[in-house]
Design a protein around this ligand. Structure first.
Ligand SMILES: C[S@@+](CC[C@H](N)C(=O)[O-])C[C@H]1O[C@@H](n2cnc3c(N)ncnc32)[C@H](O)[C@@H]1O
Ligand code: SF4
Length: 350
């Protein structure tokens, strides 16, 4: 059931005028918003979190109504694709109320896509409901098909639950894409089998290079596996044909001839994909990050909470977008093995 939001309709919407698009200083239209709805998670993936994470106090985290207001402000400004992420979005209490509420923007046509990135642990419970609210696709993060390895990578995860979640998602008619982080010495020998498995079930797959975000308990250089090596290994087994398919994101896709499926590579460390960047990210505290790889951010919680009207919020968003940088410069610091950025991926949601 949807909660009712008393968020004011933005002046432009009220006037029936077309929303003013968000254009950054490099003439890129910002049409894609990723929202981390919680910093909490039921897993502790080794590359993402330390085992003993300190989570944010609840008062710092935006309420579901505030998240709705924030997302709606971006949609009024031309964002047409919204991805809920986390932490684990499906462990946020009441998350379906937010999905339900946001689905009004799908109905109105303002939003073209509402989707989420999930670890899949709660999908069995929510898949049908998500589909009912107009979600068509979900990304499920899964790095291995081996239950013991899965437990070792996620520290707390149960592979059977995730598999049941994927089954439920497909049964509900959701398109599923599998995201696997390539981890040296952990799953590199398994990625080809995963491609066969994913494509055999009609799911696209994307391999992600480990990014130097946040302090985790393991040394980054131990985890880092350049995707150039992954691709070379996969090319020994498969014929990989470059294709033009783009999702507006950093992934570059190939068609695997033997399976007929699509395989994406996200290589933030070895490639620069910034020139076509159309996205910004919001944390669950309402901090807007204009670039995944830069520290500069804008606080949207203060303008959001300062007034019931959205004027301050819109001004803050406009101002922040003028500061969207041209690109990032990730480096794994080989001397100090320190993360390039101190925040964890679970803050910005990947
Ligand atoms: C932070 S998670 C949030 C959503 C959800 N909990 C999940 O795992 O799908 C989003 C994505 O970021 C990836 N990720 C987390 N930390 C990463 C890192 N340091 N480098 C590369 N990818 C990372 C995860 O594998 C996942 O695919
Ligand atoms: S990658 Fe996702 S599932 Fe794993 S710890 Fe991070 S937020 Fe949780």
């Amino acid at each position: 059931m949807a909660f009712t939001t008393d968020a004011p309709v933005h002046d432009l919407e009220r006037a029936g005028a077309p929303p003013r698009p968000l254009i950054d200083p490099f003439a890129r239209a910002i049409t894609y918003l990723r929202v981390s709805v919680t910093d909490r998670c039921d897993f502790r993936c080794v590359y993402c979190m330390s085992e003993h994470m300190t989570f944010l106090p609840k008062t710092d985290v935006l309420s579901l109504e505030e998240l709705d207001r924030l997302c709606s402000a971006f949609i009024a400004k031309g964002v047409s694709k919204l991805r809920l992420t986390g932490g684990e979005p499906l462990v946020r209490r009441g998350i379906m109320n937010l999905v339900s509420s946001l689905s009004r923007h799908l109905e109105s046509g303002a939003l073209q896509e509402l989707t989420l990135t999930t670890n899949g642990s709660q999908l069995a419970r929510y898949a049908a409901e998500l589909k009912g609210y107009g979600v068509e696709r979900v990304n499920v993060s899964l790095d291995t098909l081996d239950a013991d390895k899965f437990r070792a990578i996620t520290r707390w995860g149960d592979l059977d639950k995730v598999m049941a979640g994927i089954d439920a998602a497909q049964a509900a008619g959701l398109q599923v894409k599998i995201n696997a982080v390539a981890l040296k010495g952990v799953n590199e020998d398994e990625l080809a089998d995963m491609v066969t498995w994913a494509h055999g079930r009609g799911m696209d797959m994307t391999v992600i290079e480990v990014m130097p975000l946040g302090d985790v308990d393991e040394a980054r250089l131990d985890q880092y596996l350049p995707l150039s090596m992954v691709r070379a290994q996969l090319a020994e087994r498969f014929t990989l044909d470059d294709i033009d398919y783009r999702t507006g994101g950093p992934a570059r896709y190939v068609r695997v001839k033997e399976t007929g499926g699509r395989l994406g590579f996200i290589t933030p460390l070895t490639h620069n994909f910034c020139e076509s960047c159309n996205r910004v990210r919001i944390t669950c505290t309402g901090t807007l990050f204009m670039c995944l790889g830069q520290d500069d951010a804008a606080d949207l919680r203060a303008p959001l909470r300062a007034s019931k009207e959205d004027k301050l919020l819109h001004t803050a968003i406009d101002e922040a977008i003028t500061r969207k940088p041209k690109g990032h410069d990730f480096v794994i610091d080989r001397r100090h093995q320190r993360p390039a950025l101190s925040r964890h991926m679970s803050m910005t949601g990947g």
